[in-house]
Design a protein around this ligand. Sequence first.
Ligand SMILES: [Zn+2]
Length: 586
Amino acid sequence: MKLSPRGAMDFAQDLKSQIDIVRVISDYVPRLRRFGNRYSGLCPFHNEKTPSFSIYAEHQFYKCYGCDAKGDVFNFVMTIEGLTFWEALKKLAEQHGIPLPKQSQASDDKTRLRAALYEIHEIAAAHFQANLGANNAAPVRAYLKQRGVTQDSAEQFQLGLSDKTGRTLLRLLEQRGFKPDQMVPSGLIGRGEDGSLYDRFRNRVMFPIHSESGKIIAFGGRALDPEDKAKYINSIETEIYKKGSVLYNLNRAKLAASKQDRIVLVEGYMDVIGAAQAGVTEVVASCGTALTTEQIRAMKRHSQNLHLNFDPDAAGAKASERSISLLLDENMHVRMVELEGGLDPDEFCKEHGADVYRARVAGAKDYFYWLADRARARYNMREPQGRIEVFQFLLPAIQTLNDKLKRAAVASDLASYLGVDSGSVLEQFRKMAVDRVERNIAPAQADPAKATDRILLPLLLSNADARGELIGGLREIAALQQGPTAKIYATLMAMHEAGDPIGFNSVHERLAPEDQERLASIVLDPAAVPDSGEDGAGLENGRACLNALLRDEREARRRELKVRIRQAEREGRMQDALRLMSELGE
Ligand SMILES: [Zn+2]
């Protein structure tokens, strides 16, 4: 039996009333500060130095005034974990020990497809692993050993082998009852022009890629045949795999990263395995893509100290530069791991041993010193022109720093590191480093709300007695049907009439974006009078508001009648004038 959508929504409502959005979010946003019913912290969805992210405990709602992220506890978990609604529901229920209704396996189509894709990846990983363990795979095992991958690592990283024939995984999945409309979206099975299906990975060493929570969501495959044009191929993006938001090995590295408060970023799968074998377990790689802001934020949740260990070749250096400016943008503290001899981490470990590699990681140089060394190698510091060039070389990187004090400190620090401690060039350098153009995010603009809205809307959203008493009267107020908040009142009243549950979020989600904005700016305004109506003062204010609106309404009606009476008299329509006058009398 399927859980009806209605039943599921009831369960979601129920669940929401049992969990506290502040506690859920505090797992992701450290150092929340409390201001009455509002909590404030640094937004996990955009980079900022001063908090513009607020959680409203009373309304169980969060909103960022910098990037406009907003919603309820489900929205938060969906966004930060990349889950569907159903997955977020399940996760929260499990976390809080609240049993899911039995039937909730039946969810929506998207969640069912994702569940199938996870299963397909599990089956594929086991299949590839079995291939690598088979008798005929001895040469591949020998190859891995020669590359320095121990048996233990191969098991720990669940390495596998896709076979040459190109149909085995397909047959296996068919046997397990998977349909083409599940296999093809998994990215592991391709469809030829003639419609026939085939395995996308053939004759490759397979590296399972896990989500941060440890589910296999994709594969990287390294070619075994030297004739193969693509040395590495990766899974295509699927419903469960978004390249730009996944880091290879983060699922295993995150504990060590938090404990040691540092995270090592390398380029490839083999580098990760090499570093981990050397005892540097807090190591991750971006999976064959340029580093993204999302990936940086995923690392930052575990440590802000990043040791960058990219290949020192030209491509590596370029990748470094791009990545570094992104990393600095996100306030990461970047250090550069330098390995001599042009070796990447995996080769270096093999050649010089684990101890030397660990020492290189531990002794990694602060990015700015590393940069200064490069500048010194490039320009002649003894010449005045050279000094100018060195500073010009360094300025852009310093200006990436968001913190003005930090820019000043880094500029001074670098100058003394370079041995330039006086002169006009230094003065100019310091000044330019400090006075970069600040990039400020302007706070969202909203219509100035009327005082009545500020009193009525929070009250109506949070107090059922107030709704029962006031809504009837408010319906008669024409002003509420015309103003900028007309749609909000109309929605609220319609929901009240239908007997729907009313709260900030349930009303909010039925509104168009501009009205959502308006409602949030009125109800969530920190300057608004906080009122849950418990002490009765809120309701008292609400009554006063309604009376004032009724008075205004009568006044406006009187004025309008007088105008119409005068007009009727002028035009000689005495019957009309008399009727209007009796109306005025009432
Ligand atoms: Zn934000």
